[in-house]
Design a protein around this ligand. Structure first.
Ligand SMILES: Cc1c2[nH]c(c1CCC(=O)O)Cc1[nH]c(c(CCC(=O)O)c1C)Cc1[nH]c(c(CCC(=O)O)c1C)Cc1[nH]c(c(C)c1CCC(=O)O)C2
Length: 369
């Protein structure tokens, strides 16, 4: 039984495509579709702190709806306005969002010998209580969406969250996290397992609150070598894919499609297709046609994968990239197996009209009359 009753879904294209069904056109959404490139985002945020916006269901739902309102019938999903770093916060770590710079942990994890690591490993985290504001935002957003499009919930992947927790923010060197995996592999794995269990509960409670599909963002997967990906990312992504359905069943909730986005880990596409996810998000390092071949007849849908940078370019370039994608994913012949997205989140300073043109070109070039 669902926890809430919501208005019926008028556009279920994305959910049908995610289940591998043949569809009339490929569904579209973009990662970070609510965010800094939208003037209305800055207006609604009105100088407030980023995490304060995440914690306010009213503001978070308003921001989530902005791209749906702006782009009307051109896009097929909303994604709840939040951040992957709410999990480290729920675990007791302080995370600030520094304007124009990104996330900052004043007190990142140092070594497994530290009191902080030991306490973190021992602490029971009440995911229901700590992240209650996210569930409230999801429920309110489902109501405000009024069935226009389905709503994504999401989590950071254990590996990517670990990177932030030990690096303390963005990094180019990955010095701390590489020290952890190569010096303290067992303690690293114990922490990754703990994060994975929290991710499962967090996603299950998002579904309970109204999320209709979920995505696991492994934004730093590509920093791992193929063999370290197998040790430090893959087992935990697989754990989530195995245990979320079990937890949903236990809670008496319907199953939802699961998307994994292992950014940069192109070598792992084949392995990811056997991990239990219905959809694999791809960055722009993949040739769609080769990815389709690697998947073969396995029931996996691909999501992606235009270079977000094309949105800084000319309309001719956008048309060219869309044409290549439509051809590469074999849309005209297959009519299934593809959810359109960029290969990573949309970047600041993109003109929203150029994103709109990208959407329109997808519609135009996949139209069947
Ligand atoms: C790595 C990561 C983070 N957060 C997220 C990821 C994974 C996706 C990815 O790889 O891009 C996930 C995320 N963050 C945000 C969303 C909202 C939903 C959506 O996609 O529209 C989602 C899905 C809002 C946000 N998260 C953030 C903003 C910008 C905050 C602001 O300055 O107003 C937004 C709208 C801040 C953030 N949060 C994070 C960083 C590195 C930054 C700074 C860089 C940036 O600004 O893009 C951590």
């Amino acid at each position: 039984m669902a926890e809430h009753s919501f208005p019926p879904l008028k556009n279920d294209l994305l959910l049908r495509a995610a289940r591998g069904e043949t569809v009339e056109r490929p569904p579209i959404w973009v990662m970070r579709q609510a965010g800094r490139y939208l003037p209305e985002y800055h207006e609604a945020k009105a100088g407030r702190d980023f995490f304060e916006c995440c914690r306010s269901p009213e503001i978070a739902s308003t921001l989530t709806l902005q791209p749906i309102e702006r782009f009307g019938g051109l896009i097929d999903a909303a994604i709840i306005f939040s951040d992957i770093l709410v999990i480290p916060q729920a675990m007791g770590m302080t995370v600030e969002m520094v304007d124009k710079k990104g996330p900052h942990f004043p007190d990142p994890l140092q070594t497994p010998q530290d009191k902080q690591y030991i306490e973190l490993m021992e602490r029971h985290v009440d995911v229901a209580k700590e992240l209650d504001y996210v569930y409230k935002a999801i429920t309110l957003t489902r109501k405000k969406l009024d069935g226009r499009v389905p709503l994504f919930g999401f989590t950071g992947a254990p590996w990517t969250l670990l990177c932030y927790m030990v690096e303390g923010g963005g990094t180019k060197l990955f010095k701390q996290v590489k020290t952890w995996i190569y010096k303290y592999p067992e303690e690293t794995k114990a922490l990754l397992q703990k994060i994975s269990e929290l991710c499962v509960e967090y996603l299950a409670l998002q579904v309970k609150a109204g999320a209709q599909i979920v995505q696991v963002f492994d934004s730093w997967a590509g920093e791992l070598s193929p063999s370290s990906f197998k040790k430090f990312s893959q087992p935990y992504l697989a754990y989530i894919a195995k245990h979320l359905p079990l937890r949903l069943k236990e809670l008496g909730l319907e199953q939802v499609p699961m998307v994994v986005f292992p950014k940069g880990a192109w070598y792992a596409l084949d392995a990811c297709a056997d991990m239990g996810y219905q959809v694999i998000g791809m960055d722009w390092l993949h040739h769609p046609a080769e990815a389709v071949k690697i998947i073969g007849d396995r029931p996996v849908v691909l999501q992606g994968n235009a270079d977000p940078g094309v949105l800084y370019g000319s309309h001719e370039s956008i048309t060219e990239v869309v044409t290549e994608m439509v051809k590469g994913f074999g849309w005209a012949e297959r009519k299934k197996g593809w959810i359109v997205n960029l290969g990573h989140g949309i970047t600041p300073f993109v003109n929203p009209d150029d994103l709109k043109f990208f959407f329109q070109e997808i519609h135009r070039l996949t139209k069947t009359d």
